[in-house]
Design a protein around this ligand. Structure first.
Ligand SMILES: [Zn+2]
Length: 231
């Protein structure tokens, strides 16, 4: 693996990232496996408060690692305030990680269980995203994606676990306070199939690789405590 050519392949995938990004073997790397029985309830963890009402999505793009929905973050229109975070945070973007098969692909796991495309009711809001994916098939493609409210992707319950971690892609900075909602949302196999029509490559490249298995596996906890907002 050389320079910034990290990816999810055999030679440049998560197990090779440490060669260019030594912090990959650091003490607070993400994702992790959440073990619910080991999480410590903390009454000081206040509920999540989201103001995404006037939230403005701008675009959807394929960056060669994932599909990313970006938001205007120049003002306070879409912010999150939550127990472990002292300040307000603006929503800048969200993106996805998924597997090549139905039942794996999530980065964080819970009790050793991996999540991806649970078979269940399709998440209707996700349609807006999956219906736009054909426009960002290739790395580097971008298209308008306006008026999407990320609130509609959230489950009913906002109970969460939180722990100190890192970015899950290079440069893997250990600067992230992770907040993981306990309740999963459901994605249909058909919707997952649309994610798998994306490519890791640009349009000009001949060697086409389906974008899938773009997740990092769980990393060692190394003494960190996972706190829970619920009993
Ligand atoms: Zn990610």
């Amino acid at each position: 693996m050389t320079g910034h050519h990290w990816g999810y392949g055999e030679d440049n995938g998560p197990s090779a990232w440490y060669k260019v990004y030594p912090i990959a073997e650091g003490n607070r790397q993400s994702p992790i496996d959440i073990v619910p029985a080991d999480a410590v309830f903390d009454a000081r963890l206040s509920p999540i408060s989201l103001s995404y009402n006037n939230c403005t999505s701008v675009s959807i793009s394929n960056n060669g690692h994932s599909v990313v929905v970006e938001f205007i973050d120049s003002d306070e229109r879409s912010v999150i305030r939550v127990g472990p975070l002292e300040n307000m945070y603006r929503l800048k973007q969200f993106h996805f990680h998924w597997g090549g098969k139905g039942c794996r692909g999530s980065e964080h796991t819970v009790g050793g269980k991996t999540y991806a495309s649970e078979i269940g009711d399709e998440h209707r809001a996700l349609h807006q995203i999956t219906d736009a994916l054909y426009m960002v098939k290739f790395k580097g493609s971008v298209t308008d994606f306006k008026g999407f409210n990320p609130k509609c992707l959230l489950p009913n319950s906002l109970e969460y676990w939180t722990y100190p971690g890192s970015l899950t892609t290079p440069p893997l900075y250990e600067s992230v306070t992770w907040i993981l909602l306990k309740e999963p949302i459901y994605v249909s196999e058909k919707q997952m199939g649309k994610f798998r029509t994306l490519l890791f490559n640009g349009e000009e490249e001949d060697d086409r690789k389906r974008m899938e298995n773009n997740f990092r596996p769980p990393q060692p906890l190394r003494g960190r405590t996972v706190r829970a907002s619920f009993k």
